[in-house]
Design a protein around this ligand. Sequence first.
Ligand code: 5GP
Length: 189
Amino acid sequence: MARRGQMVVVSGPSGAGKSTICKRLLLDPRIVFSVSATTRKQRVGEVDGRDYHFLTIEEFRKKVEAGEFIEWAEVFGNLYGTLRKPMQATLDSGKTCLLEIDVQGALQLKAIGEPGIYVFIAPPDFEELRKRLVARNTETPEALERRLHKAEDEYQERVKYDHVVVNDDLDRAVARVKQILGLDEPART
Ligand code: 5GP
């Protein structure tokens, strides 16, 4: 019988440092990133198939109809979804499958009873979050406000997660997530 790895869902408001934490977690060979599909435009530096599978809206819709997504949601006007197959393959290999998805997607997975560890990354405070988003400088002022509103809404949902990790210190936050996953001991080779 196939070994069953664990699924870990990491969500949190944009700017809370979720991506940085995930990048650090992925340095551990026992953890595999679940590459989502999206209809949003590819950003400079992003690689198709590594960061996301970039799809047209039509391609995405077809996959929705074919039941290829275990969850999907619209985020900031674009569609994002987790493909069942690669996620299953990771779990079957006994590895930890890391899903970096938004709150809507995470709650869909909870609602269908998908076994896993649900971790919410929280910013130390919202002023700090605003500063981080401004410093990132990837948004127009309107988009920035939208992200902050969404961040506040998402923050209210943190109680539905198994764990809330406050990202006041990157090393500490990464260590805490690894501890939650039972991966705080280094990988044995
Ligand atoms: P970005 O466009 O900045 O890469 O991601 C925007 C938001 O979409 C982030 O909150 C990210 O976690 C979320 N996201 C990425 N992939 C998925 C997915 O497969 N499903 C859902 N529901 N959200 C996703």
